[in-house]
Design a protein. Sequence first.
Length: 473
Amino acid sequence: MTKTVIHPRKTKSVTPVLVNPVRIGVFILLVIVAALSASYWSFENRYKGKIYPGVTVSGIPFGGQTKDVVKQYWLNRNAPFQKTTFTLSYKDIVATVSGSELDIGYDVDLSALQAYLVGRSGNLTTDILSKFSRKPIEITPYFRYKTDILDNILETLAASIDVPAQDGLFAIDDGKVTAFRQSKDGIRLNRAQARSDFHALLEAKTLPDDGLIMLALPVEPVKPDIATENINHYGIKGLIGTGYSEFHGSIAGRIHNVALAAAKFNGVLIPPDTTLSFNQTLGDVSAATGYQSAYIIKGGRTILGDGGGVCQVSTTLFRAALDAGLLIPERHAHAYRVHYYEEAGYKAGLDATVFDPSADLKIVNDTPAYILIQTKTDLKNLSLTFELYGTSDGRASSITDHRVWGITPPPPDLYQDDPTLSVGVVKQVDWAAWGAKAAFKYKVLRGDEVLVDTEYFSNFRPWQAVYLKGTLE
């Protein structure tokens, strides 16, 4: 019997495969990133050139729209404002302006740009949060108009509305200060309030059916700086300074101008701790304000011009201020010696030229009371006097070491051809004057206290006579 021998089957051993969780995690992460990237790029392609979702302008959603859609929407909203007419008035003073002139409305370009730039700032974190925000991102449209046009309209209206307050003018009568011109209140357009009122109308953004909007302009009272009712509180007790000058030989126009300009200062009060500007007090100097042609120095020439003779007034006031011991922060000497200012025994250098706006005469009232100016023009003897009334605080002024030197003769006469004058005609248009330097020391003491210690210097150029010779055949 054959024995069957069964041999055990040999099997191959299998090594178990271990799963690496890190690799699985990386794989899953890569899948997620790929999915998110695909989703993100799909999102970006969908909103390329468009506003991201969730963006609203004044509550209006514009997600998925282009900038042009936003612009058109607000242009349509602007149309009624462009057709509106505004009437600004005070009593019978009226001005009208259209909304189109003012370019009233929302800034369509800015609104569209702001909406489009949400999510496109360049900051990755901020942009992602903006693009996928669950809350709406609100843009407030900018409402504007041309404020410069409104300002120009208000200034034009103000020229007709504004009435300046009128200070009282005063005189000395039997040693007492009396009013010879009553003070008056003025009015002025309140420009700031008018702008605010106009802006409030636009803020409401509600327009009448007829497209007409009325705005009553606000005005406010203006009180005078120097009121007549305060006459007893000015503290004026007596004469504190006098200035004097003569103007013999003046032509008729110059005499007229001296009297007119001096009258502008008669009765003027200078409050304590204030500075008087000669030019501001005098006001406009022109034919329109009553001045006549007379010789003035301008552009290196002596010419006929409106207001010649005004410097006679500023020179006389300068002398009164020196006599009163007042501080004089601005004074200018003439370009050359003028004989009017060396009459009555005065040396060269006691003059003050003015020419608005380049040259002014300024005087500070640093006394404890008001200073009252009185002027006296003697048209018979051709003299001018300034009297300053106030309260003496014990100060005393002095002018010392007044000297004139370096006197030089005028250049030879100059003759210039003039084709507008006939042959043989000679016309003098400028006059010779000797040159010189002049200086004096001005000191003001109050007891041992030095209030002013300065020196005034003048450099007068020699001046040649100028003649025009006719060449017209």
